[in-house]
Design a protein around this ligand. Structure first.
Ligand code: ATP
Ligand code: MG
Length: 596
């Protein structure tokens, strides 16, 4: 749509603050980063921080406007907080520490602690607490579009993961769970409309709620390979989940009666699963339950360290079927806010009962003197038998049976998820894909309201704690995600409502020829019709360069005023399909207006 404040705007490339680049920037890992820099939309200013150039800023504001319009249409009201905030509210919620290294902390001249907000749950809670006191005031949903700061470990991929980025964050306030569910559903609907309007493909997946706390939570992932999230979807039903949130169906327990006794066996030089399986298969006296030993018969015990937000370190052992790796992202999502760090040689030295390559449960091992917390995969149920380390070099134990020979301190969803795994909803096969998280909605519940004392009176005059939801959209990330979803081999390729202009008008003729005056006249007509024009009126630039730039910049309609103008014709090209038609110059305005 060409409506809005910029209708009829003309950007003359002869004056536009723009330099397109022939070469890819060295640090660009993904297409959106590469193309947005090359086409003169953004420039890196800091690690994880970008400057928007004129074209980029127009595109950014188009995205922001659409986000705002959809939030307003849903009846949510816009407010705006500072990004620089005092520590105290974040201490009350524990996030001053729980956010760990991702939080930018700083001090003012008096030595008071401040932070650059990574997200604003606390401040919204306090704002509502300060103004509202009755159930009659609720439900309420308010939002802001604001710069956030996170000291990301790996700022990468340009706008996709910044340390300074723009987020739309909304918060809902309700008196009870049913109200929260309604507010959540309204946001979900608004996000569906919003991402449709942004032309962003998305999959809605079940998610973990991460450092925010809370329960029900879903992410909107744009299914694009450069994304950092991995998700599964069922090939048979509509189940979809971030791999972090995938729940493995728990098999039924097996009766213990009559199961063979556990036995410790010599397995020299078998520190890896493969060497162990080969050794067992080469020795017929070790009869496998299924005829042949496989990695799935073994239990692998991986030791890591948790670094808790207060800095303390805790070793943790995770037992998984030996045919699967421990997925550290999945594990981290379960143990958050703790982070995972490697258990290294020095750690092994300080735990002499742990024999590397031969670690297992048992008196010497994980449940015994090591004092290490031991969590197991949900597939390890009572009556399942495993080959695992015997806590002595060169020895394993066979038929070690859970519920009879060993126990654990709990269950953890940390084993890798694989294509073909069983859907927890319908038993169908799961497939795996990558995605960019563009939005996240979750039911916070009463965590923040409790921590900060947000209560209102109910209809009986009794004080009740408010229940909240929080809902984020990555606005700056969305610009990159849209670019990722639409670019082609020639350059950017914007959806019309996002593009920096409706038409890219190119002069392709010798200076002094009829092309320039004809193009100037056409530009004036397009503008008068309310169309936004990016006008390549540069002098001394070859037609080849102009065409390349037009393709790189990615405005949806390209109009070339060339030799045909002698016959009153111009070329109109659709950037996305590449289709071109010659058209009488007098028809162009009507043609483009119809597209817009
Ligand atoms: P991620 O898992 O990608 O780090 P998150 O789950 O920590 O994101 P939320 O706290 O859910 O992010 O933030 C809401 C939205 O803000 C995200 O869905 C995402 O679109 C956007 N966002 C989060 N972190 C960044 C970042 N570093 N750069 C750009 N956008 C971001
Ligand atoms: Mg998230």
């Amino acid at each position: 749509m060409s409506s809005g404040p910029s209708a009829g705007a003309v950007l003359r490339m002869s004056k536009l603050f723009l330099r397109t680049l022939r070469d890819d920037p060295n640090d660009a890992e993904v297409p959106s980063h590469r193309l947005l820099v090359r086409a003169g939309y953004i420039r890196r200013a800091a690690p994880g921080g970008f400057t928007w150039l004129p074209l980029g800023w127009i595109v950014y504001r188009n995205v922001e406007r659409i986000v705002r319009e959809e939030m307003d249409a849903a009846g949510f009201q816009e407010v705006h907080f500072p990004a620089l905030l005092p520590k105290e509210p974040y201490e009350a919620s524990n996030r001053w520490t729980d956010y760990g290294d991702n939080l930018f902390r700083l001090q003012d001249r008096h030595g008071n602690d401040f932070l650059l907000a990574p997200t604003h749950e606390e401040m919204f809670t306090l704002l509502v607490k300060g103004l509202y006191s009755s159930y009659r005031d609720l439900p309420l949903s308010i939002y802001q579009i604001q710069t956030k700061y996170r000291d990301e470990a790996r700022p990468r991929a340009g706008l996709l993961r910044g340390r300074e980025f723009v987020m739309k964050d909304s918060y809902s306030f309700d008196i009870d769970d049913a109200g929260l569910q309604r507010s959540y559903d309204r946001h979900r609907e608004a996000y569906i409309t919003l991402f449709d309007r942004l032309h962003l493909p998305y999959v809605i997946v079940s998610a973990m709620s991460g450092a925010m706390g809370g329960s029900a939570s879903e992410e909107f992932l744009a299914p694009i390979d450069v994304g950092e999230d991995t998700f599964v979807r069922c090939t048979a039903c509509d189940y979809a989940a971030n791999t972090e949130a995938v729940r493995v169906p728990v098999p039924a327990a097996i009766p213990l009666d009559g199961l063979p006794a556990a036995q410790v066996v010599d397995t020299p030089n078998t520190p890896t699963i493969q060497t162990l399986v080969d050794h067992l298969n080469a020795h017929p006296e070790f009869a496998s339950p299924s005829g042949e030993w496989t990695a799935a018969d073994t239990m692998k015990n991986v030791i890591v360290k948790l670094r808790h937000p207060d800095g303390t370190l805790e070793p943790l052992a995770v037992g998984v079927p030996g045919d699967r790796e421990v997925d550290l992202k999945r594990l981290e999502a379960q143990v958050g806010p703790a982070e995972i760090v490697p258990f290294d040689e020095t750690d092994f030295k300080s735990h002499p009962t742990l024999v590397k390559g031969y670690i297992g449960p048992g008196t010497l091992g994980l449940e015994g003197s090591s004092g290490i917390r031991f969590l197991i995969d949900p597939r390890i149920v009572v009556g399942t038998r495993w080959v695992t380390g015997a806590n002595q070099p060169g020895k394993h134990v066979i038929d070690l049976t859970y519920g009879r020979d060993f126990t654990a301190d709990g269950v953890v969803e940390a084993a890798e998820v694989r294509a073909g795994d069983v859907c927890p909803d319908c038993g169908g096969a799961l497939e795996i894909a990558r995605g960019i998280e563009i939005g996240h909605i979750f039911q916070l519940g009463r965590k923040y309201a409790e921590a900060l004392g947000l209560q209102v009176t109910d209809e009986h005059g009794k004080l009740v704690t408010v229940t909240m939801g929080s809902y984020g959209v990555g606005v700056s990330r969305a610009v990159a995600a849209i670019a990722e979803a639409s670019f082609d081999g020639l350059g950017l390729c914007w959806p019309r409502e996002i593009a920096p202009a409706d038409v890219h008008l190119v002069i392709a003729g010798k200076e002094g020829g009829p092309q320039r005056p004809a193009a100037e006249a056409l530009c004036a007509e397009l503008s008068a019709a309310g169309l936004r024009v990016l006008f390549d009126d540069r002098e001394g630039v070859s037609p080849g360069v102009r065409f390349k730039d037009a393709e790189l910049v990615g405005v949806p309609t390209i109009i070339v005023v060339g030799r045909g103008i002698d016959d009153g014709l111009v070329e109109v090209k659709d950037r996305a399909s590449g289709e071109r038609v010659d058209m009488p110059v007098g028809d162009v305005v009507a043609h483009v207006s119809a597209l817009v």
